[in-house]
Design a protein around this ligand. Sequence first.
Ligand code: PEP
Ligand code: MG
Length: 545
Amino acid sequence: MVQFSGKSVYKGIVLGTVAVFKDREEPVRRKRIEDAAAEILRIEEAGLEAKAQLKALHDEALSAVGEVNAAVFEAYQIMVEDEDYRKSIYNMIRTEMVNGEYAVAVTGDNFSRMFSAMDDDYMKARAADVRDVSNRLIRILEGREETSRFLEEPAVIVAEDLTPGEIVKLDRKKILAFVTVEGSSSSHAAILARMMNIPAVVGVPVNLEEIHDGMKAVVDGFQGTVIFNPDEETCIQAERKIAEELERRRLLENLKGKETITLDGKKIRLCANIGSASDVGYAMENDAEGIGLFRSEFLYLGRKDFPTEEEQFQAYRQVVQTMGGKKVVIRTLDMGADKQADYFNLEKEENPALGLRGIRICLRRHDIFKTQLRAIFRATIYGNISVMYPMIISVEEVQEIFKIVREVQEELDRAKVPYQYPEQGIMIETPAAALISDELAKMVDFFSIGTNDLTQYTLAIDRQNQGLDDFYNPYHKAVLRMIRMTVENAHKHGKWVGICGELGADTALTEKFVQMGMDEFSVAPSMVLRLRKKIRESTWNHIRQ
Ligand code: PEP
Ligand code: MG
């Protein structure tokens, strides 16, 4: 028995038989050619054929994973024609008089190495895309058919890396899980795995020479682990976990695709909270109707320096693309208090929860704020984005935010960067904001109530201090009154209001919130279906008070 850890792409657990996918066995041979022009013509013809194949794959993927995710095959078609890529191949043919297959293989390796060496995770993930496109061209030049790997039985697929092309060609019913040595959780292959609800762990440091078809393996996407040749005890534990997971899903499964609607017909939007792009699969799997809170500060945590605009843009784009046209509410960074990163160089504070946190940092450090806003605005053209600001306490703050937003718009307009102006909302998570929510409602498009902080600041109980648990009452009348007041003030001004704090997932309060008129609930992905069940059992207009 041998266990490995990697990055989980999709949470699920399986015990199954391994099928190892090895890369192409035959290395591409270097041959001397006499006529460079004829060789370049061969590449051009192969390029046309590759584009036709990719178009067919795109059409196939459309029905399997939807338009947004199938778009990867459109991107590949563009890559086939990329000027730098083509030029590099042609130069090599002309200067070294080598065969096209060899020139494509070397260029593909060079480009893919260049992407792998980049700091940015998204760009790293493009290495597999270049390899995929190059292998396709070589296959066409060699006159080989594209053989999709045929699986007799459902299997745990173990490979160096998998390309989206390979995944789409496989029969979904035969894939138990994916395990790859390479690969990042933002690769297109990972996005597809998530979309197809396939348990997957990537970046698993296993030597493929030691793995062979027919071996048993436990892939645990919850833990991000893979165990090859599990012993009996491990198999029993895995089977138990699988059975529990199945039962949990079976009970809730029949709520998927159903409307989130009360007994008396009020529709409510039921969304999921996420902390990173890789959580989206979990939201989708649980049939969330959108992302009600993307805690963007997680992009800033656990690293040595600020995420670049490009990195953030890619993360936001990935989330909205995966969600298709569904609403994604991105909260601007809420650092400070319990969420600290050294490179922010924030001074040590006596009371960090009452200190420089959330929007206060952004209003002090416009550079950080604007970088994030630019990244969010740029991502707006890929889906349905709303933006919201945390820890608001005053009208003046909102005015200042909008001034900065306008500056960002002007910068983008000047640079001719496309974007769509996103819906603008604020979090109501301080008593101050709740109490002046009538004034704030006139300024923004929506409210999202953060009950975690609203409770901590209303009750003056540090949410981090477990020693105060016996004083902590999440059902305190003061908190519930503020929630009600916020909903009423939003509606008075024709704005929608949601709840995204933990209290929103407390099914003991669901009916109460529904009766208050809450328009949206956003909860942990694992709570989505449970909440749908509860909302479908609730009445809205029954004893409205
Ligand atoms: C909240 O305060 O309720 C909230 C949703 O934000 P966070 O938990 O990230 O502070
Ligand atoms: Mg909060």
